[in-house]
Design a protein around this ligand. Structure first.
Ligand SMILES: NC(=O)C1=CN([C@@H]2O[C@H](COP(=O)(O)OP(=O)(O)OC[C@H]3O[C@@H](n4cnc5c(N)ncnc54)[C@H](OP(=O)(O)O)[C@@H]3O)[C@@H](O)[C@H]2O)C=CC1
Ligand SMILES: O=C(O)[C@@H]1CCC=N1
Length: 272
């Protein structure tokens, strides 16, 4: 497969599919080498109006595109594959963005030999700051992985992981933005409890989150060391940390991520 010369179809362009379309367009991917599919005519019209992208039916996408990026909900994947599976020529690359579904869920419903790459990205793709984990699925070669990387690199960072780690990745970075947003929301409320105006509390915590994230990324320091530098003896921070530990924040995160991982497995079982 020659890099750069092919057409990518986003099958089921909802939230994540739209992030992929818009990210590729921002990176200079030609709009005439993108296709999208949608279930509702209103959604199709919206995508064309927003991006100038051609929205076609699923079988047209299968016929015209070399890369099929499947971005429907896991619950809709079996019905989609009932429709398109037998019609996908085996030289196409199928990229699944679906949480939980193993690559063999797809390969069992596609012609023998069709390469499948499993990807888990996240919503900061909207600002080119996604974390995308890419795994070789059934029949995928190094060339297919490189092509998937080329498609997701403009959206942020990419990493290759064994497919067996994808449910854990989903729990950590796929769902991860939601945990941070919840934390920001709760900390904003805490600021309000302490008497700050909502907007001031919001601005303080957003910039604190950005500063902390950039330090984590750029300082090369372990998070424990960064936290210790904030935590003065008999100071304010340790009083707060005692409360976080008393309320089991670490244990809550361990349990939360286990629950997300288990839900990914459940989605796969239910999708069958
Ligand atoms: N949201 C997130 O943060 C992340 C999501 N994912 C994964 O990405 C996938 C999509 O999630 P998300 O974008 O949030 O979901 P959405 O519901 O926003 O998008 C899915 C889209 O697929 C459309 N669709 C469903 N069936 C068909 C079909 N047969 N033909 C054409 N279009 C179809 C839906 O249409 P309709 O509008 O009619 O429902 C919808 O627009 C999921 O598998 C999810 O696990 C992965 C990482 C992060
Ligand atoms: O909540 C979900 O199922 C999807 C997958 C990862 C993020 N959102």
């Amino acid at each position: 497969m020659v890099s750069g010369g092919h057409t990518v179809a986003v099958i089921g362009a909802g939230k994540i599919g739209e992030l992929m379309l818009s990210g590729l367009l921002r990176s200079g991917w030609p709009v005439d080498r993108l296709l999208a599919t949608a279930r509702r005519p209103a959604r199709a019209a919206e995508l064309t109006a927003r991006y100038g992208v051609r929205v076609v039916d699923n079988l047209t996408a299968v016929g015209e595109a070399e890369v099929l990026a499947v971005a429907v909900k896991p619950q809709d994947a079996a019905a989609l594959l009932d429709e398109i599976g037998p019609k996908v020529p085996a030289d196409k690359l199928v990229i699944s963005l679906c949480a939980g579904l193993p690559s063999n869920f797809f390969s069992r419903r596609l012609p023998e030999g069709t390469p499948v790459v499993r990807v888990m990205t996240n919503t900061p793709a909207l600002v080119d700051q996604a974390m995308t984990a890419i795994s070789a699925g059934v029949h995928a070669t190094g060339e297919h992985l490189a092509l998937a990387e080329e498609l997701f690199k403009p959206l942020g960072a990419t990493i290759r992981v064994p497919e067996s780690q994808q449910d854990a990745v989903t729990a950590l970075s796929g769902s991860g933005p939601a945990y941070f947003y919840l934390l920001v929301e709760a900390m904003t409320d805490a600021g309000i409890l302490l008497g700050l105006p909502r907007q001031v509390a919001h601005d303080l915590i957003v910039q604190t989150a950005i500063g902390s994230a950039v330090m984590l990324r750029d300082s090369g320091e372990h998070p424990v060391k960064l936290r210790e530098a904030v935590t003065s003896p008999a100071g304010t921070t340790i009083s707060a940390i005692r409360e976080l530990e008393n309320h089991g924040v670490r244990a809550a995160l361990l349990a939360a991520l286990e629950a997300a991982r288990d839900r990914a497995r459940e989605l796969a079982a239910q999708a069958e």
